[in-house]
Ligand binder design. Sequence first.
Ligand code: 5AD
Ligand code: SF4
Ligand code: FES
Length: 345
Amino acid sequence: MKDFLVEKLRENRDLSDTELKALIETNEHDKALMTAADEVRRERYGISVYLRGLIEISSYCKNNCLYCGLRAGNKKAQRYRLSKDQILSCCEEGYALGYRTFVLQGGEDPHFTDDLICDLVKEIKERYPDCAVTLSLGEKSRASYEKYYEAGADRYLLRHETADKAHYEKLHPEDMSAENRKRCLYDLKEIGYQVGSGFMVGSPYQTTENLIADLRFLQDLQPDMIGIGPYITHKDTPFGDKQGGSLELSLRMLAILRLMFPYALLPSTTALGTIDPMGRELGLKAGGNVVMPNLSPTDVREKYAIYDNKICTGEESAQCRRCLEMRIESAGYKAVTDRGDVKRG
Ligand code: 5AD
Ligand code: SF4
Ligand code: FES
């Protein structure tokens, strides 16, 4: 029997707030949601799963997000930053493995000045003109974003975290604001980047209304990529005693996103894989079509600890690519290494 709400969401790519609330707050629709999400992803993207090589360039951060292990106030955090040569070696290794997108991600580290970032981007684009360069380096001025774009950066990832102002203020110190985060995202879009945004599922104090506000914000922004994953506790943060988000709700939100944004690139995230051994496979089956294997040097991996028990940080992690390829195949999909640009329209 067809599920009325799920079919309505599939048809209209939208529902009223009341209907969304009904979908989000019970598990009754989950089976129909997952099936519909998988059908929609297959119509648009087939069984392709795009691989993005992730390079975590710095674990320093000047910010103090209350949920994150890299927050400046965490004196126990181990800090490192990669040199230009180290980053270029990661790209070289990634290119040999077939990756055609490199994601440079890091905390907001003042060491990485605009000049350094532009120099890096130019060098990578010069060496690998067939690759996309994605930056994920936090909130910057519009002028800075413009410089990176001119240097050749193609994409920028910046999760909005939560669209609700009051909720945002519970998760961040006073010097950060939902308003500035959104300003950054609209700037990035206007400049011409392919933009990724997203939010944590089950972050402290999050309500169903907050999740609906996240969906509404994304409808306005129309990002190319939407990254979501469960909130996971980090013991050395002010939220060290807060509960983490569930696998069930994370998968449900992912499937809802696939139906609302059929065109979107939706990663099945490391956080999903961290809270459940089959999390990433289930994420793909719920509509996910991107994975981001870690390309960072193995000796720094465990230092990029945004939450506890992060996977892919130990001995086994040199093998992330093979490991992920097997997981993708076992879930019934196919890993592809081309640039994998968004398929709108
Ligand atoms: N649990 C899950 N995700 C987190 N992030 C930061 N801290 C945590 C946490 N404790 C996410 C944020 C950020 C991304 C890089 O990681 O959404 O944007
Ligand atoms: Fe820094 Fe990002 Fe962690 Fe916030 S979430 S403390 S900006 S690394
Ligand atoms: Fe990193 Fe499995 S994907 S070890």
